[in-house]
Design a protein around this ligand. Structure first.
Ligand code: TYM
Length: 332
């Protein structure tokens, strides 16, 4: 079975609709016919200033959301990145193969460091994509299911895998990005020219899965559209309406064209009202399932411990091969 790997950061109290539709929804489906590894990258979460009091809670909360959304610990390996020390160890080796200029060209680093001011951006934020490459290559993943904003990081990962393989002999699988067309980029509801994002969106622009469903419904109903009335998918001319259609189609597993036909001759109000209902139906039971997992932290920790054990079986074998290839003296 082909192997997949992906991760989602514990940097907020809730995942948002973009995280789910762009990434996690695919992860759930891929468990059926893939050897799947999913993890919570807490090492990545400390590349920006964070509060130690909330990180552990957010890490458990991220795991609880993944389980509530449909990851099954009997069919996938679910773990926390810091429980598997090989990630940081391989990142060091890959960092020694990455050009300074190459790392400087990563657009997510450029965006995030510009936002913080370059004096405050950390070296960890700069080397973030190298750690992400280590995450992927340790597990010899064939596919990496992510949203569009992660494409460049997967490209860097491929470059590093090829470079290592050609310099030291074939060691890594060269992974493919697995990015859906359509839901790979869910836009901000208030500013449909920007992606929905934990750090960038205004509260009105982002639908958090664990928000009060009434508040989420209101955000959908207040989404920015345009001055026409026609419900039509056209991301260039009508980014707001197109974004709503994308979300609607993805959540109900219907085609955008079907929805266009259904709303032909009806206004945006109907579309928004119905989508608000769809979102409420999706999020209401979800919050309840997340709470069940969070109410039993011991069981959650057991699931994560089992995941880490399985993850280490794979990652330690890869790291040992890497150390051997690059000429490290084996420990006795
Ligand atoms: P993160 O935590 O920012 O986001 C998790 C996933 O959600 C996707 N996503 C979106 N998809 C569609 N529309 C949006 N508006 C939207 N916003 C976010 C992201 O593309 C991502 O797939 N660097 C990664 C975490 C990571 C990782 C990895 C991923 C660390 N190591 C190894 C894959 C493999 C990140 O920050 O994702």
């Amino acid at each position: 079975r082909p192997r997949v790997l992906s991760g989602i950061q514990p940097t907020a109290d809730s995942f948002h609709l973009g995280n789910y539709l762009g990434a996690v929804r695919q992860w759930v489906g891929l468990q059926d016919d893939h050897d799947a590894f999913y993890f919570v990258p807490d090492l990545h979460a400390i590349t920006v200033e964070h509060d130690p009091k909330t990180l552990a809670h957010r890490t458990r909360n991220a795991a609880a959301q993944l389980l509530a959304l449909g990851l099954d610990p009997d069919r996938c390996t679910l773990f926390v990145q810091s429980h598997v020390p090989e990630h940081a160890q391989l990142a060091w080796v890959l960092g020694c193969l990455t050009g300074f200029g190459e790392a400087s060209r990563m657009t997510q680093f450029k965006d995030k460091s510009a936002k913080q001011g370059s004096d405050r951006a950390t070296v960890g934020l700069f080397t973030y994509p190298i750690l992400q490459a280590a995450d992927i290559l340790l597990y010899q993943a064939d596919r990496v299911p992510v949203g569009e904003d992660q494409r460049q990081h997967v490209e860097l990962t491929r470059d590093l895998a090829q470079r290592f393989n050609s310099r030291f002999g074939r060691t890594f699988v060269v992974p493919e990005p697995y990015i859906l067309t359509g839901a790979a980029k869910i836009q901000d509801l208030q500013d449909p020219s920007a992606k929905m994002s934990k750090s960038g969106s205004s509260p009105g622009g982002i639908v958090d899965l664990l928000d009060d469903p009434k508040a989420s419904a209101k955000k959908i109903r207040s989404a920015v559209t345009d001055t026409e009335r026609e419900v039509r998918y056209d991301p260039v001319a009508k980014p707001g309406v197109s974004n709503l259609l994308t979300i609607y189609a993805a959540l109900t597993e219907r085609k955008v064209s079907e929805l266009e036909a259904e709303y032909a001759g009806r206004g945006y109000g109907d579309l928004k009202k119905d989508l608000a209902d769809v979102v409420v139906e999706f999020t209401t039971p979800l919050a309840e399932r997340v709470r069940l997992y969070l109410d039993d932290p011991a069981e959650l920790d057991r699931i994560l411990a089992r995941g880490a054990t399985r993850a280490r079986e794979v990652s330690s074998a890869t790291l040992a091969a890497v150390h051997d290839r690059i000429g490290f003296l084996p420990p006795t």
